[in-house]
Design a protein around this ligand. Structure first.
Ligand code: ZN
Length: 90
């Protein structure tokens, strides 16, 4: 048993949720996975913050460069998300 990582069936933990957010936003998740994430976000404040942050960023990126997102920018997004999680004590 890993402390702080209680496993409730059907409940994805924070790490998994953040990882899946990328796919969620890209529309690459199955309906089932989507539901799992949404359920997690319902109960987890820190992840809601990260999700809102990422979603906003995606919108900005989509508007700025419709065809191609530079790798450097994606890199910065990844780091920003990381920082966000550290700040929130995740
Ligand atoms: Zn969470």
């Amino acid at each position: 048993m890993m402390p702080g990582r209680a496993h409730v069936p059907g409940f994805v933990n924070c790490d998994e949720t953040i990882e899946r957010l990328y796919y969620y936003l890209d529309g690459e998740l199955t309906e089932e996975r989507r539901v799992e994430i949404v359920r997690h976000l319902d109960m987890c404040g820190p992840c809601v913050g990260a999700f809102g942050f990422e979603a906003e960023l995606r919108k900005v990126i989509a508007n700025l460069c419709k065809d191609h997102v530079p790798d450097a920018l994606l890199d910065r997004v990844a780091h920003a998300l990381q920082d966000e999680r550290v700040r929130q004590g995740n």
